[in-house]
Design a protein around this ligand. Sequence first.
Ligand SMILES: C[S@@+](CC[C@H](N)C(=O)[O-])C[C@H]1O[C@@H](n2cnc3c(N)ncnc32)[C@H](O)[C@@H]1O
Length: 226
Amino acid sequence: MSNKKGERYCHLNVCFQDNIFSIMQYACVIEKYVGFCETDFGARLMTKEAAYLRNELKSRRKILDVGCGIGAFEQRLPELNIIGVDMSKEMIETARARTTNPYCLADATRLPFLDASFDALFYVTSLEFMDNYKRGIDEAVRVLARGGKLVAMVLNQESDYFKAHYSKRDSYFRRIRHKNPVEMADYIAQRFYVQTSYFLGIDAEEIFDTQDKRYASLFIIKGNKK
Ligand SMILES: C[S@@+](CC[C@H](N)C(=O)[O-])C[C@H]1O[C@@H](n2cnc3c(N)ncnc32)[C@H](O)[C@@H]1O
């Protein structure tokens, strides 16, 4: 009996330590990301991404940001009516402290919203991090109204920028679960009229427009629901 108790205590203790470790790791990830957004390079990068989203979404009345992280786009697009969703409690808490937008702690594959309740939805470097992006897209199809717009900004893994970051042992990019954006575009194209393009050229700290795969840090998949 006592042996069993001992084993149980030991198991709980390991779980507790694992949990504390993952919370500390996450706090560190968030701190690093907030710090990056505040650098001159990070701010220029996000301003350019936000300008792209503003142009695509300005006429939409109710917008869902799936995998919203720390609310970087809610902060940069205050004129848009955006609800942010993320499955990380720490990300949602940070986002709530940064902007007054509504935020919801939820998994992209089980969204707590009614069918056809949004007229736009976007992912900025979040779709490729999901365990099951296809289920994420199926949920996007469900919550978007007919004609609703989807914009997915996905990391271009063929770019020099991606490769340089991925080579670092502690890079967040190593958490990516899906490596083929073209396959993602094909799946999305089953339910949306899709267009794809490359975006956000990066060379050292210079940011520019390009369609060159080597420099474009993002692959964009966008379209309206059929
Ligand atoms: C690289 S971060 C991008 C955050 C934000 N979109 C940005 O660009 O600042 C990826 C985010 O996706 C979230 N995420 C990953 N899988 C998810 C899922 N299944 N449901 C909701 N959020 C998810 C992570 O918690 C993380 O905040």
